[in-house]
Design a protein around this ligand. Structure first.
Ligand SMILES: O=C(O)CCC(=O)C(=O)O
Ligand SMILES: [Fe+2]
Length: 225
């Protein structure tokens, strides 16, 4: 499932984050690539240990953990520290699949989900669409600054050349409590449905209580903690 999560950050927050990021020591983007994706990648990244990357990375994780739609859809186990990239002057990222395992120091995660948080407004650059190949065909994603797209790490994806302006974003991987995409999507849809019934009938309604029990019992069966 591919999910658009609006307004992870407000416009004012994006502006402040961008001020920090833009002052950082941007470098060639091939520092986090696997062998195949390195040949496909033409962009810049902030070194993960730079103070700017560390500061904004922590804010991104904090905002995501406080975002109910993100938590419900991703059911995060561990979010690998978000990174930052910039494409300009024809920069692009050819078709690739993300590495299955990410390691930093002694932390190792399996990448179940990938996400891009857009930090440039779409009208400020041409190109830079994130094209994700899904079962039903390719989806082209270009979101307002502050919005995020969440997608299964197993999907082939690419970023089209940026021919005007610059596209700055935060990109990240996470391990989910639920490894299987279909199981995770079912839990998300069940949660959304429970919230709707809850709004309609209130939290003491027998159906809401029963369905909430089913949600937690499925989570208990399927989660890896
Ligand atoms: O820039 C993006 O939106 C995606 C980046 C990406 O696919 C990657 O770094 O693996
Ligand atoms: Fe990727």
């Amino acid at each position: 499932m591919l999910l658009h999560i609006p307004e992870v950050f407000t416009k004012a927050e994006v502006k402040a984050l961008r001020q920090t990021l833009d002052a950082g020591p941007w470098a060639d983007g091939n520092m986090t690539s696997g062998h195949q994706s390195a040949s496909a990648k033409k962009n810049q990244q902030l070194p993960e240990d730079s103070p700017q990357a560390r500061e904004v990375s922590a804010l991104v994780v904090q905002a995501l953990n406080a975002n109910p739609m993100f938590v419900s859809a991703a059911l995060p186990h561990t979010i690998f520290p978000p990174l930052f990239n910039r494409y300009e002057g024809g920069g692009e990222f050819g078709t690739h699949v993300d590495n299955a395992i990410r390691q930093r120091g002694e932390h190792r995660i399996r990448s179940d989900l990938s996400a891009t948080l857009f930090l440039s407004e779409p009208e400020d650059y041409d190109g830079g669409e994130l094209i994700i190949e899904e079962m039903y065909g390719a989806q082209s994603i270009k979101l307002p600054a502050g919005d995020l797209v969440l997608y299964p790490s197993k999907s082939l994806h690419r970023v089209t050349p940026v021919t005007r302006g610059a596209r700055v974003s935060s990109f990240m991987w996470l391990q989910s409590l639920i490894r299987d995409d279909a199981d995770r999507e079912s839990l998300f849809r069940l949660d959304v449905a429970i919230q709707r019934v809850n709004l309609d009938k209130g939290p003491k309604d027998a159906a809401v209580i029963e369905l909430t029990g089913v949600y937690h019992n499925l989570l208990r069966r399927w989660s890896e903690v």
